[in-house]
Design a binder for this molecule. Structure first.
Ligand SMILES: C[S@@+](CC[C@H](N)C(=O)[O-])C[C@H]1O[C@@H](n2cnc3c(N)ncnc32)[C@H](O)[C@@H]1O
Length: 240
């Protein structure tokens, strides 16, 4: 019982950090060059997008849930066309001529933006996805960034599994070897440092069948002082 209380306290301490999370600053730190340099194939964001592109080209994975919480207004306002924001920047850089068409397509396929809390056994509001479960979930740099330790990360993976249908896929992107990142100027948010073996064993412990694990190692010039990440993993897993 004592263990559970201290784990809940550790989760609550991280939740308190997110009161100061500044999405605009975070996007500036992580979604501008050198980390989002579309002229370079060894830049983090192009690597991440190419993993997602490949995964979605390979299989039937039509439904995406955006795993964001207090920064939820950024994708929601972009979809309502109130802000241009970073989605436009990414689309322009990727394809300067066809970005408006892509933006329209993206807007037309996103049906909702929902709040999520991965520490809750039912992370999404009741009734927000079909009762049979989602076909596919994408989670990017969330679970390790909100978990104080490995058991908490593994539990969060289990909570996400409850949202998937049997045979559905989880596409999980996350940081390796990271102990903190800047969530706003001067705000260091603690992160559970993970290695590849821990990611694989947490997925298996949570009942997933691991289909693929790819790893990106940070080139020295991507270490720009906004975190101490050493690499990024991309996992494709299936709920049996
Ligand atoms: C490191 S940022 C990742 C942002 C973005 N998904 C990306 O790929 O860059 C961590 C995100 O976790 C979200 N978050 C904080 N607490 C959460 C929770 N309990 N459940 C789910 N997401 C949470 C924050 O709002 C923030 O957007």
């Amino acid at each position: 019982m004592e263990g559970k209380d201290s784990s809940e306290e550790a989760v609550a301490a991280i939740e308190a950090c997110y009161q100061g999370f500044n999405p605009a600053a975070y996007l500036q730190y992580n979604y501008t060059p050198p980390r989002a340099d579309f002229q370079r194939s060894d830049s983090i964001v192009p690597w991440k997008l190419s993993c997602l592109h490949k995964a979605f080209s390979e299989g039937e994975m039509p439904l995406i849930i955006y795993a964001q919480r207090n920064d939820i207004d950024i994708p929601a306002s972009w979809i309502r066309e109130e802000t241009a924001g970073w989605v436009k920047c990414a689309l322009i850089k990727k394809n300067p001529t066809a970005w408006t068409e892509k933006a329209e397509r993206l807007r037309s396929v996103v049906t909702d933006v929902l709040p999520i809390n991965v520490h809750q056994p039912c992370p999404l509001p009741a009734g927000s996805i079909p009762s049979s479960g989602a076909d596919c979930l994408v989670s990017s740099f969330c679970l390790e960034s909100v978990s104080p330790d490995l058991p908490s990360f593994t539990r969060a993976l289990g909570h996400l599994s409850g949202l998937l249908r049997s045979g559905g896929h989880l596409l999980l992107i996350g940081a390796l070897g990271e102990s903190f990142y800047l969530g706003a100027p001067g705000l260091q948010i603690p992160v559970v440092p993970l290695d590849e073996a821990q990611v694989c064993s947490s997925l298996r412990t949570s009942g997933y069948q691991l289909l693929q694990l790819s790893v990106y190692h940070l080139p020295p010039d991507m270490r720009v002082g906004v975190d101490d990440v050493s690499g990024v993993f991309f996992a494709k897993a299936r709920k049996p």
